[in-house]
Design a protein around this ligand. Structure first.
Ligand SMILES: Cc1ncc(COP(=O)(O)O)c(C=O)c1O
Length: 393
């Protein structure tokens, strides 16, 4: 059997750097106890590791507003289990009865469903802004969708279907001018391309650990700008001020309840260090060089249609295609069984963008490149697609 070629990094990155698994194992060996619940040395070391991870991520996303006189507060970096949980906390904590939320047709179900539930079950209203033919949102359309009762704008940073990166700085300007907080779903961009919350006007950044940040699953968070607030909707034990009958108002406790995924966060810490050592730009440059090769190869195959933009700027290394005469699931199965190439097929939890491209309900074949892919992987994928497409075209 050929070696495994993994081109499903948008689902989760694989493999993770060795240092990530080594760090998780070391954490459990040496100081795997619950900080805040005991004062022993091991707990203090665990607490220091958690704080260091908050600080690194905070520095990474730069949530502090320039010139507002406050320093960057790492405690406003709160941990969750994934981007889905982060987006649920943001949407539930900002959109109440009678409120209006603006979002887009590029979103993942982790935005679409919480928004739809607020509308169906919570008495809120929502507007889903359309995309242009390449998959971009016009910031002016966001402006036009705003109403006096809009309490949140939520926008996908990069599409997990097409790789399109939205113009967040321009959308952020619209939101700042209107005084409406902007939440960004950075599931596909955190650890992949630079993000500057303060410069771009982002109030809430939702991220996941197991994709671009190269961390274990069960890690993620929200970075909250220092002029923005979310009502807590998840409450419980924090290990602090246990006699208080109500949940703590201050960050990070405001949005964290229960024991954190400590070992996962240790792995997240290692993932960020690994990225910082190599440089975000260098890793992204490598991925985009491979994407250009893939795009070039696939676009020359008869019967293969590429969806979304073909531009290489404002883009991450994810590409969706259809093959004439085939159901997307069958192409994925042939790639897997005959060529040992892993992709992902279907709607990728983003049904509205497939409606936009006319690829619903069967979806597309998605190739997504990660830091460990090589030129040989891409050449093999193009060759396999040539073989599959030639059978019917
Ligand atoms: C754009 C986008 N948002 C949110 C998510 C949800 O991420 P998680 O599964 O880590 O909660 C994903 C995962 O595929 C995604 O691609």
């Amino acid at each position: 059997m050929d070696r495994l070629i993994y081109l499903d990094n948008a689902a989760t990155t694989f493999p993770k750097p060795d240092v990530v698994h080594d760090t998780v194992r070391e954490f459990y060996r040496n100081n795997g106890v619950n900080p805040g619940r005991t004062g022993c040395d091991m707990a203090l070391r665990a607490e220091a590791m958690i704080h260091d991870t908050r600080k690194r991520l905070s520095d990474f996303f730069n949530p502090s507003l320039a010139g507002n006189g406050k320093g960057k507060d790492p405690n406003r970096l709160v941990f969750t289990l994934n981007a889905t949980m982060s987006l649920n906390l943001i949407i539930a904590g900002r959109v109440g009865r009678g409120d209006h939320v603006v979002t887009t047709r590029a979103e993942h179900n982790s935005v679409i469903r919480p928004v739809n539930h607020r509308v169906r079950d919570g008495g809120a209203e929502a507007t889903f802004v359309a995309l242009d033919s390449e998959g971009y949102v016009d910031p002016e359309d966001i402006r036009k969708a705003l109403r006096p009762n809009t309490t949140l704008v939520v926008v996908n940073h990069a599409s997990n279907v097409t790789g399109v990166v939205q113009d967040i700085p321009a959308i952020g300007r619209v939101c700042r001018e209107a005084g409406v907080p902007l939440a960004v779903d950075a599931a596909q961009t955190a650890g992949v391309i630079p993000i500057d919350m303060a410069a771009w006007g982002i109030s809430f950044l939702a991220f996941t650990g197991h994709k671009g940040l190269l961390a274990p699953t069960g890690t993620g968070g929200i970075c909250v700008a220092d002029d923005a607030e979310i009502r807590p909707t998840l409450v419980g034990g924090t290990g602090v001020r246990s006699a208080d009958p109500y949940h703590l108002e201050e960050y990070p406790y405001r949005l964290e309840a229960g024991t954190l995924n400590l070992a996962g966060i240790a792995g997240l810490n290692a993932g960020i260090r690994w990225i910082q050592e190599r440089g975000l730009e260098a890793i992204h440059g490598h991925e985009m060089k491979l994407l250009a090769l893939l795009q070039d190869g696939l676009s020359q195959i008869r019967g293969v249609t590429l969806h979304g933009t073909t531009r290489l700027d404002r883009r991450v290394a994810t590409l969706s295609v259809s093959v004439a005469g085939y159901d997307a699931a069958d192409v994925g199965a042939f790639l897997d069984v005959d060529h040992n190439i892993l992709t992902r097929t279907g709607l990728h939890c983003a049904p509205l963008i497939h409606e936009h491209y006319g690829t619903a309900p069967r979806g597309t074949v998605r190739f997504s490149i990660g830091p460990f892919n090589t030129e040989d992987d891409i050449l093999a994928a193009v060759k396999a697609m040539e073989t599959i497409a030639a059978r019917k075209n």
